[in-house]
Design a protein around this ligand. Structure first.
Ligand SMILES: [Zn+2]
Length: 294
């Protein structure tokens, strides 16, 4: 499908719902050489995983990727970036300041890592206008309940700044993924505004438990319910009513541009859950608009 056809299809989706566009809390923009490394990782997945191919649908230069997502009518998106080691987060955050400045429809995104100085650069990032943080427990291979992060979680809870966190065990488990380590963080910081990436895939029901227990926990839809994810980690049908119950705390996420299918498929995957137009309006726009004051 060409870009114009795809944009028309996505626009028809949100126009039918009477929305002014989409709010996508989980998109990846990062320094080019880091993004190219991420793409290299996905390119190697086929041989590594014994056959799961992950072709990147939107492999293009940054300006073109920004133009594509705007063309779809995404009125607010993020620049999810994350370090895989110490002494990298601050540099990424510096890039993100610049990206947010030149991309006003991007919600200024920052990240962090358990390392000396984390609390002070997170505080600076909040003061510099960060709207959302990204944390990646699998890639970072750290325990989110690590003592080194405790004061930082406290700071984030107090600032009420949302943190999109990849802490589920998909597509591959990490030493500290799954509901237990992050559950310990929430027990200490119950007001923390965590957004569980990928609906917590594949531990969907455990993360729904956390969202039902803590009012400020939300979930993003990134890649969930798509044909691609359903083949590997099907969402349990019996949990569908719980998605309806949490309808005001589920947020559209896509993983654009690193997705192995067109953007419209994520939207179709939400629509075919048959939770209704009101639910779709909340998930695809209104919940994010409310959270970020758009
Ligand atoms: Zn992602």
């Amino acid at each position: 499908m060409d870009t114009a056809d795809e944009a028309a299809e996505v626009r028809r989706f949100w126009q039918r719902l009477g929305l002014p566009g989409l709010v996508d809390v989980h998109t990846h923009f990062m320094p080019e050489r880091v993004l190219h490394k991420v793409w290299g990782y996905f390119d190697s997945l086929g041989p590594l995983t014994g056959g799961v191919e992950w072709p990147i649908t939107y492999r293009a230069e940054e300006a073109e990727r920004v133009a594509v997502i705007r063309g779809l009518g995404v009125r607010a998106f993020t620049s999810m970036l994350y370090p895989h080691k110490a002494e990298m987060a601050e540099w990424l955050n510096g890039w993100a300041v610049d990206f947010a400045r030149r991309t006003p429809d991007c919600l200024h995104t920052s990240t962090f890592f358990p390392e000396p100085g984390v609390q002070s650069y997170v505080r600076e990032a909040i003061e510099a206008g960060t709207r959302v943080f990204k944390a990646h427990v699998q890639v970072g291979a750290y325990d989110p309940a690590d003592e080194a992060l405790d004061a930082t979680w406290g700071l984030l809870a107090e600032a009420a700044t949302p943190v999109v966190i990849h802490c589920g065990s998909g597509p591959m488990p990490g030493k500290y993924t799954g509901p237990e380590p992050i559950g310990r963080v929430l027990a200490r910081h119950p007001r923390l505004r965590l957004i569980i990436a990928h609906m917590g895939l594949p531990e969907y029901e455990d993360f729904l438990d956390l969202a039902e227990r803590y009012d400020e926990v939300r979930l993003d839809t990134t890649m969930a319910f798509t044909d691609f994810s359903e083949r590997m980690a099907p969402f349990p049908r019996r949990a569908l009513p719980r998605l309806a119950g949490l309808g005001d705390r589920i947020l559209l996420g896509s993983d654009f541009p690193n997705i192995p299918y067109p953007y419209a498929h994520q939207l179709a995957a939400l629509e075919r859950l048959e939770l209704g137009d009101e639910w779709l309006r909340g998930v695809c726009h209104d919940n994010g608009a409310r959270l970020f004051g758009l």
